[in-house]
Write a protein that binds this ligand. Structure first.
Ligand SMILES: NC(=O)c1ccc[n+]([C@@H]2O[C@H](COP(=O)([O-])OP(=O)(O)OC[C@H]3O[C@@H](n4cnc5c(N)ncnc54)[C@H](O)[C@@H]3O)[C@@H](O)[C@H]2O)c1
Length: 353
């Protein structure tokens, strides 16, 4: 394994088991799972055993950070631990850190990690996988003035519940908790539910939305969709708008799309669902008289993220996003979540669309 870079996981829940390990298995020429840590000893042992004969396991983050074979730390624990574990991984002198989304639970925590990353030179990336998708990046290289000229943006994420994909992707160790059951007649519960769905689901593509709608003047409308989801409209300067729809229910075909329109150009991107290794998105840029298509490429955003991490650890690449951008992405997501929460706390729960 001398040429391959060792990865350590802090947290061995569904995202590690059903998303990251299957993607890493396809990249064994450059990456291997060196260590799995979880506060649940049985989960750490079982997931390490599945990852490889030589993979170590522990219940202590300190033990993983002391493991010299761990060069990249992947933080896949629940949200409240992300910032503090990222700081510990940087201070331990690791070569690169992947923090699953959200980067942190507060902007101040994210700023602290970003400052430490800049001071030490240890690169940190956040698991917004579509920002690494090869078809998205190929379209970005060709879209010219579209970010400056965009009029309207639409992000639609309609998926079956994660548990259905997780069951298809792997035999999960442990039972995922799922979103908490809430009494949606209670305004505080409605606010918490839409905040959770923005910071859990919409956040995947909010960095893309921010490229085309960098400033939000006001949130025009926000509705909570049941059993889990949101419908939100954002208004920016010069009449720019964005529409965000996210819904997880039992009777929807997966759809994960992102669209942008300006007076002369339209961009549409069709992403593949998270839990299947089905290659990249397919994107299309349409201008009068021309359609340029991008993808599908063999790697999806998660695989591209891991290839980028391996290159960062070897020192052969520079981070695609600056620490300042990662903080700004989080601040944007928290702003949308808070403003949407303020609106839905004055309404009833909406039915499914
Ligand atoms: N990028 C994506 O597509 C994607 C998809 C799903 C989840 N996520 C993110 O990944 C993270 C984990 O998600 P999940 O669905 O696996 O969550 P989960 O909360 O169900 O599982 C997390 C695991 O972390 C363990 N844990 C708890 N406290 C810990 C600690 N202090 N240190 C280490 N491990 C600890 C738990 O025992 C559990 O096994 C979340 O932040 C989530 O937002 C990202």
């Amino acid at each position: 394994m001398s040429d391959s870079v060792g990865v350590g996981f802090l947290g061995a829940g569904p995202v590690t088991q059903a998303i990251h390990l299957p993607h890493l298995a396809g990249l064994s020429d450059r990456l291997h799972v060196a260590h799995v840590m979880d506060i649940d000893a049985a989960a750490a042992a079982e997931v390490a055993w599945r990852a490889g004969e030589e993979t170590r396991h522990s219940t202590s983050a300190g033990a993983l950070l002391d493991d010299d074979d761990v060069e990249i730390v992947a933080i896949c624990s629940p949200h409240p631990f992300h910032a503090q574990q990222a700081e510990a991984a940087i201070r331990a002198g690791k070569k690169a850190v992947l923090v699953e989304k959200p980067f942190a639970t507060t902007v101040e925590d994210a700023e602290r990690v970003a400052t430490l990353s800049q001071a030490t030179g240890v690169p940190v990336i956040v698991g917004a996988m579509h920002t690494y998708d090869p078809a998205y990046l190929a379209a970005a290289a060709r879209w010219g003035e579209l970010p400056a000229e965009a009029r309207h943006v639409r992000s639609v994420i309609q998926l079956p519940p994660n548990s259905r994909f997780e069951a298809l992707a792997t035999q999960l160790h442990g039972t995922p908790s799922g979103p908490p059951r809430r009494d949606l007649a209670d305004p505080t519960a409605r606010a918490a539910a839409i905040r959770g769905s923005v910071l859990g689901l919409a956040i995947h593509d909010l960095p893309l939305v921010r490229r085309f709608l960098p400033g939000i003047d006001r949130v025009g409308s926000a509705e909570l969709l049941v059993p889990f989801g949101y419908r939100i409209t954002l208004h920016g300067p010069d009449g720019r708008t964005a529409e965000l729809i996210g819904h997880m229910g039992t009777d929807w075909r997966p759809e994960w799309t992102f669209e942008v329109w300006s007076a002369s150009t339209a961009l549409d991107i069709d992403f593949t669902p998270s839990y299947v290794r089905a290659g990249s998105a397919e994107a299309c840029l349409r201008t009068p008289g021309e359609r340029v298509r991008f993808g599908p490429h063999p790697h999806n955003g998660y695989e591209a993220e891991w290839i980028h991490l391996a290159d960062l650890a070897r020192g052969s690449a520079r981070p695609l996003h600056t620490p300042g951008d990662l903080v700004a992405d989080l601040a944007y997501a928290i702003d949308v979540a808070d403003r949407a929460a303020a609106i839905v706390s004055t309404q009833g729960a909406a039915p499914c669309p």
